[in-house]
Design a protein around this ligand. Sequence first.
Ligand code: TMO
Length: 610
Amino acid sequence: MKKILGIVVLIVLWCNIGFAKIIIPTHNWSSQIVSAYVIGGIFEEMGYPVKYVNQDSLAVYESIRKGKVSISHEVWESAFGRSFQTALSKGGIIDAGNHVARTMEEMGVPNWVIEKNLCPGLPDWTALKNPSCAKNFATHDSGGKGVMLEGPQTWHGDLIPQRIKALGLANLWTVKFAGNADGLWAELFHAKRAGRGTIIFNWSPNFTDREGFTMIEFPPYYRGCRPSDGGDGRCGSPDGYLKKAASSKFATEYPEAFKVFRKINFTTLDFGTMAALHDVDKMTHKNAAKKWLRDNRHKWEYWIGRSNVAYDAIKQQEIDQKYSKTKIAKKPDVSSDERAKIEEEKRKIEEEKRKIEEEKKKIAATKKKETDGEPNLFVIGSGTGFFVSANGHAVSNNHVVGICKKVASKIEGKIIYFDILTTDQKNDLGLVKGDYRSQNHLSIKTGGAEYGEDIVAFGYPLSNALSSSVKLTRGIVSALSGPGNNYSEIQIDAAIQPGNSGGPVLNMEGQVVGVASSGLNKLYMLEQSEYIPENVNFAVAAPTLLNFLKANGVRTTNRPYRIKNTKELAKIGRPATLQLFCMNTKAVYEELKKKKQHSDVLLEKVIELK
Ligand code: TMO
């Protein structure tokens, strides 16, 4: 009996091993399909069974996680980075390294559009604001609007229509979706034959690299700018990675194939060639793959260990560099050598930052011991802050709380002390927490402020008395960026006094859309010797604040309130807003007095906290 059972188990196991194939997904653009057959061909050379399945390019990461698909060999950062990272955080999927090719995915124009000057000012996106530009891209059924052809909606959802709207271009432009990549190339072909202009979604590496293509320069991408990440969507695409991902199941079932998959590394020219063999030379995807495998034997034979003549994809990329004629917005071609240097620099900076943070923590820890009940701490300055979580977290500016050993506030007549948990110098934010849970923390608006909307700023004006009362100033959002096109800030016209720094700026639904932070920016503008008109003040934008809080594990809420007037708004804002007293020694105060950065925070002379 035992023997028979054993044999059955063996047969079942054998069947599993014998029939579990490596499953490679195919999507709807050529380089991806051809390289699927290339990689499948390599696995077959190694003796593994391979199967191809047509898959949605966003949903594939869930399938990989669940082991239904073995790999994804083209994870484009701009289009799929978010889906991939989400899957990664859930487990079951492995980051199998990057191709040396970097990627750009963006709306753009074939070079003849620039040469014929069909939209003066391109590639700068502001050229699209010109109605006579839009007219040149209208079609018979577009109602006079210029048409842009985006890829299939399965690639980026409404990213592009949303961006066009956010940039105020929706009255002049309309976005259509192609059914598949071939739809984009058909449009390109017809436009070329008719000698007319066209704006299409395109990417590099691609076959179009050969002829040349120009990407539109939208406002630069920064982390968090997309609506799916809580931003307002007023940004272009990132210069991105091209990754490989593998299912954990695949890695354990086929460790040798997985090792080879990690080594596979395509250059920009590799991908461009694979696409061109189909899109230009009209070969079938399978035949294109066979040709590529024949022409590039030295690469894959090295990857599978059949040849010991080394192939270095990074060197090859440098050699291929001259090949791409695609103009990518403001991003100079950086050689991999330079890129390695930049990466190394970045790493060093990160390391330095980490060390500084550690030092800070050590100092803070010893200071904490010293200051608990320490008599020689005085109130050296005051600013504003507000509660943002049910756990007692409060936010203020870095230039308010970053100079304090401790922060104190009077709540219901009692002095409450707050520790400074972390500060962000670049965005002028600080996070504090004390032994007090307020019922009244504020909601933060995920998408941030809206251009022109009414706002109210809450703050405690700087005074040498310990208790003053919260002051409200009304205004509007006058710009969605700060000095130097800084989208992490907004501009408001509400008057802001010294002491207001760190206070909340609320919209008429009672949500935080900014953190008042005029001090540093006025200083910046003065240093740039720019003229500062009255009623130009700045606030840290809500999405920036949310990124900061998220990074520090603070749970926030975003619900709007139904409010009829500013009186009702005051009822929401007032109890959540705090006057913060900055506590430090006289010696530190004297030092700070010499610098100008904190002039809107420091008192004329120190006082005792009672
Ligand atoms: C992911 N794609 C190459 C279609 O931009």
